[in-house]
Design a protein around this ligand. Structure first.
Ligand code: ADP
Ligand code: ZN
Ligand code: ZN
Length: 728
């Protein structure tokens, strides 16, 4: 047999697949197997992407793989990985890296597969046993020598001892080595926040109807209809529907994947799954250590765990017999990966569900226009127990004297009096937005980006929120020497300070990317807020995620229309979702709740619809607008950003891309300059391709050709390219 092998290293330079002849003792090699192959004088790690009877190469040029690794992935995932590489204008290697065991990097031989250790007897005997045993071959001896130093991943051992897996299997068979036991025990738990979902709840009639429809689809395996949209208002019990749906899939002998936005931010959801399904669940935190993630991956691969809960990358979980994929909070932008390949887990989930005949459920209180248009909608129109949604007041902040409107201050004071809880959202980190010199007007800017630096009092620094550069807070103006500096605007840090002062002795906690720095800091902070009898949680959009704190009776958004001022066709959708989600944190308990939205202009559409809790009405209008302007979901967007260190090449490169795209394939907008970022000048070209799938595939292919040709052009030296299909 011939194995078609796609090399994983190095990612860009080699484009396979390349043919290798499989020797008789590699009969178990299949699509998805990982092989170490010779390539010229190098050894590469590769994935088998196909098998064939014959090769186009002459027999004398065919060589054999050096070793087959024990880990590998199901053929279905190989197809999915290759599809992602292609679909998002990346490479096969990068697409495949997504589906391989965690830790399979693109540089050097990876730490894949199992870790091996000496058995207890061998450890006790130590090196003396080695020297005395003359039945050992030189390679076996070399492998044991390495293991005397401590447990090793099998793949590294193969390389270090220059042996192959049959050597290791022979040693295992003789009882000299075994799987590393310490590794087998690692098992991360989720620390829950707040109440867990009680078992045996009686479903509401709406929940029952939704579950019924999901089960009907699970009943007809191979049903390849559209996915389902579980459109349920905040607090309508969507999680309970997911839990029952997963139980139902398990009962039918199938497995499930549950995608959630970042787990650290929504520990409640993950904890509910863990509590309900115990060891059947593998939880893939984004902050798990490499080893832990690898173990969870193996438990799924071996079928020991059949439910995978995790962030976007969990869509590639190696489960078999997939019956159900849930996408919780499907409007969340974390489903889009920012680095190459810039995949969208929601789209990948649809593809995977289709491939395996699984049921797809996307759930949200604020569904995306895309999902409203394409998925079949199940509605949970009421909160459980029929509690009303909280009334929302829109307050013009122009009337306000300070940052907080009088109505807001009164409402917060009432929370203090009644010993309740409030959440306050301001989508800006730091103390002040920027600094200026009172005498000459100098504004402190990032040295590498065309943006102002934000003042952070906690660290005593001014920092760039785009590249991470920071410097000490200046004592005086370097231009004119004045020591009188003005601070402009307010961020979460200062708001926390102000509220603590005005609402004393009510405790005020802050949740934003700065306070969430460490691993585990966010769940700890949420747990603390939960355990308080009364208090205020201040923060960025992180406070608007799916938290379920029944004592919260007030939610406040400051500067709610700030997000509308971005030049982005999704600005309205984002603003609507943010305000609605924040509103959903209020009034989840018997005491009810209210919401105050401070904004410059209370008459804007996104805010009026959010105040009316009318997601359906908002999306209907949004879809009309998108149709008229030719934006998604009525078109596919592809964004190409060209950049260079010096001004010039980025613009020339963008112009070249523009010219290379046939206008009948896609409408091309640009080149448009973008602000300088991290020391790079940038320009962008935006393609709008027709909505149908074949037009999308054509447009991606055209972009790929254009970029490859421009990247190889000497006159454009210094320019680099990044392609984003379906940019967020
Ligand atoms: P959503 O995700 O729709 O915002 P949750 O799933 O967080 O809502 O549910 C809100 C609360 O209602 C949770 O505390 C949950 O345990 C509870 N709940 C869910 N379903 C029911 C039910 N049928 N009866 C009573 N309480 C329920
Ligand atoms: Zn000055
Ligand atoms: Zn910067």
């Amino acid at each position: 047999m011939i194995a078609k092998v796609e090399p994983l290293t190095p990612a860009r330079a080699l484009r396979g697949p390349f043919d290798y002849r499989l020797p008789g003792d590699m009969a178990q090699v299949d699509v998805g197997s990982m092989l170490v192959v010779p390539f010229g004088r190098r050894r590469l790690l590769g994935v088998v992407v196909g098998l064939a009877e014959e090769s186009d190469l002459p027999p004398e040029r065919l060589v054999e793989p050096l070793a087959a690794l024990e880990s590998g992935v199901p053929p279905e995932l190989v197809r999915l990985g290759l599809w992602v590489g292609d679909e998002y204008c990346s490479t096969p290697a990068r697409g495949l890296a997504l589906v391989l065991p965690p830790g399979t990097g693109t540089g050097g031989l990876p730490r894949v597969g199992v870790r091996l250790a000496l058995t207890a007897e061998m450890t006790a005997a130590g090196r003396t046993a080695l020297s005395g045993d003359d039945r050992l071959g030189p390679r076996q001896r070399a492998a044991l020598e390495h293991l005397v130093e401590g447990p090793r991943p099998a793949a590294l051992l193969v390389r270090a001892a220059e042996c192959d897996h049959s050597t290791l299997r022979a040693l295992e068979a003789r009882g000299l080595i075994e799987l590393d036991r310490v590794e087998q025990r690692r098992r991360p738990g989720v620390v829950g926040v707040g109440a867990l979902a009680p078992q045996g709840l009686e479903l509401t009639p709406f929940q029952r109807a939704a579950l019924g429809e999901i089960e009907r689809r699970l009943e007809s395996p191979g049903c390849r209809g559209a996915g389902l949209l579980l459109h349920g208002v905040t607090g309508s019990g969507k999680t309970e529907v997911y839990l029952r749906a997963v139980a139902s899939a398990l009962q039918r002998g199938r497995s499930a994947i549950v995608l959630v936005p970042e787990i650290a931010l929504t520990p409640q959801t993950a904890a509910r799954f863990e509590e309900r399904f115990g060891d059947t669940v593998a939880i893939l935190h984004s902050r798990l250590g490499q080893g832990e993630r690898h173990d969870e991956w193996l438990r799924l691969r071996r079928g020991e765990a059949r439910v995978c809960v995790g962030p976007r990358s969990a869509v590639f979980a190696p489960v078999g017999d997939l019956g159900l994929i849930v996408i919780d909070e499907e409007h969340d932008s974390s489903y889009k990966q920012e680095g190459d390949p810039r995949y969208d887990a929601r789209r990948v989930a649809e593809r995977r569900a289709e491939q395996s005949g699984a049921v797809l459920i996307a759930g949200s209180a604020t569904p995306r226009p895309e999902s409203m248009l394409r998925l079949e909608r199940l509605v949970l129109p009421e909160r459980v127990d029929g509690r009303p949604l909280p009334p929302v007041e829109l307050v013009g902040s122009l009337e306000a004297e300070g940052v907080l409107h009088e109505r807001t201050l009164d409402a917060l004071a009432a929370v203090r009096e009644r010993r309740e809880k409030a959440i306050v959202l301001l989508n800006r980190r730091g103390w002040s937005n920027f600094l200026s010199c009172r005498s000459c007007g100098r504004v402190w800017q990032c040295r590498d980006c065309d943006v102002t630096l934000v003042l952070h009092r906690t660290t005593g620094r001014v920092a760039c929120h785009h590249c991470g550069h920071s410097e000490a807070v200046p004592a005086a103006c370097p231009d004119c020497g004045s020591v009188s500096l003005a601070r402009h605007g307010i961020g979460t840090e200062r708001l926390e300070h102000e509220l603590a002062r005005q609402l004393s002795p009510l405790p005020v906690l802050r949740l934003d990317a700065d306070s969430a720095g460490d691993r585990g800091a966010v769940p700890a902070l949420l747990r603390r807020f939960d355990s308080l009898e009364a208090g205020v949680l201040v923060g960025t959009q992180m406070v608007a995620k799916g938290h379920d704190f029944p004592e919260v009776t007030l939610a406040v958004v400051l500067d709610a229309d700030a997000t509308l001022r971005f030049p982005d066709f999704r600005a309205e959708e984002r603003t609507f979702a943010l305000v609605s989600q924040l509103a959903g944190r209020s009034g989840r308990g018997p005491r009810g709740g209210r919401v105050i939205v401070q904004c410059l202009d209370p008459s804007v559409r996104a805010l009026r619809y959010a105040a009316a809790h009318d997601a359906g009405g908002f999306v209907t209008g949004e879809l009309e607008r998108r149709r008229a302007l030719g934006y998604p979901p009525f078109a596919h967007l592809i964004r190409v950003v060209c950049s260079s260190r010096e001004p010039g090449p980025e613009r020339a490169a963008a112009t070249r891309i523009h010219e290379a795209i046939d206008p009948s394939v896609a409408a091309v907008l640009g080149p448009a300059p973008l602000f300088r970022r991290a020391g790079r000048e940038r320009a962008q070209v935006l393609l709008k391709a027709p909505a149908d799938e074949s037009a999308r595939v054509r447009a991606v292919a055209a972009v790929r050709r254009a970029v490859e040709s421009a990247a190889g052009d000497q006159t454009l030296r210094g320019a680099s390219f990044s392609v984003d299909v379906d940019p967020e």
